[in-house]
Design a binder for this molecule. Sequence first.
Ligand code: TXA
Ligand code: MG
Length: 325
Amino acid sequence: MSSIVLHADSPGAIPRAAAILHAGGLVVFPTETVYGLGANALDPTAVARIFAAKGRPTHNPIIVHVATVDAAKVLVADWPETAQRLADRFWPGPLTLVLPKRAHVPDLVTAGGPTIALRIPAHPVALALLQECKLPIAAPSANRSTELSPTCAEHVMRGLADRIDLLLDAGPTTGGLESTVVDLTTNPPRLLRPGLVTTVELQRIIGPLDRPTASAEPLRSPGLMERHYSPRTPLEVLVDSRPRVEELSCAGLHVGWMTHRNEPATAPSVLHLAMPVDYVSYSACLYAALHELDDAGLDRIVVESPPPDRLEWLAVLDRLTRAAR
Ligand code: TXA
Ligand code: MG
């Protein structure tokens, strides 16, 4: 299959994408977090194509994107008050809610489980597509399984060219990290994946949250699988990164080094990237930085650890820790 890339603003792009979804095809579209690999969530054959294109294990369920709260309610067996409060505050936006599913939601979408993960994305192109096709869209991040999520069209094409029908290109995404995933079927609700909506923001709306331990129920949200979001180049995360960079480059290795601020230069073979100091800007460019270092043919990537005591850095730390495994 040869994939078509259309600028999302070009005439007829959205209706064409909607027609492909209705015909059981795969459309990559931008969200405010990362690009998603979308199919009609109610068509198991189309959803199966997502798993095949990504090489995704079928025990990993997929987030379903909808345009409105009413469209979300059609897919769930229960809409608790906590869901309403979180939707009022954070939708459209980078928050995914896990709720009991209705019987007509295909088992493949939910990996055979009794719950469905739902969100309304905040990107105008994603919303235009959802409104045009009037379908719920199942969409994981548009990358091969375990690899880095894509924040621009080039990242998508590197992993999925020839495996999709259409890509709607709207330039780089602004959020940069995947949505926060919260399970509302437990009491208290559980944070399954930290993301752009922070735990502090969530707790302000719904009170205490449970954090699962990695070993407790590993397949409950396979995004918690240890190796995930990984560049191909081996990566290390260290509080005191400079000595390690010097040690590796002395040993003749080509090293990529990500720090929070400008650092005096090391050996010329070190490719240094100074990242923003605030977590929002850092999140927005984290994957682009990792993609850049990963494409540079390096032997090792060394990342200066974010501040360990700051809750808002939880999502960044989570992705870096997985990338390092
Ligand atoms: O920002 C995002 O969430 C992006 C954009 C495209 O929306 N999507 C994304 O999808 O990151 P994916 O498949 O890469 O990650 C979805 C996460 C996985 O950790 C998956 O295990 C979890 O959500 N998940 C999906 N359905 C679930 C369910 N029913 N119960 C528990 N976890 C679920
Ligand atoms: Mg993903």
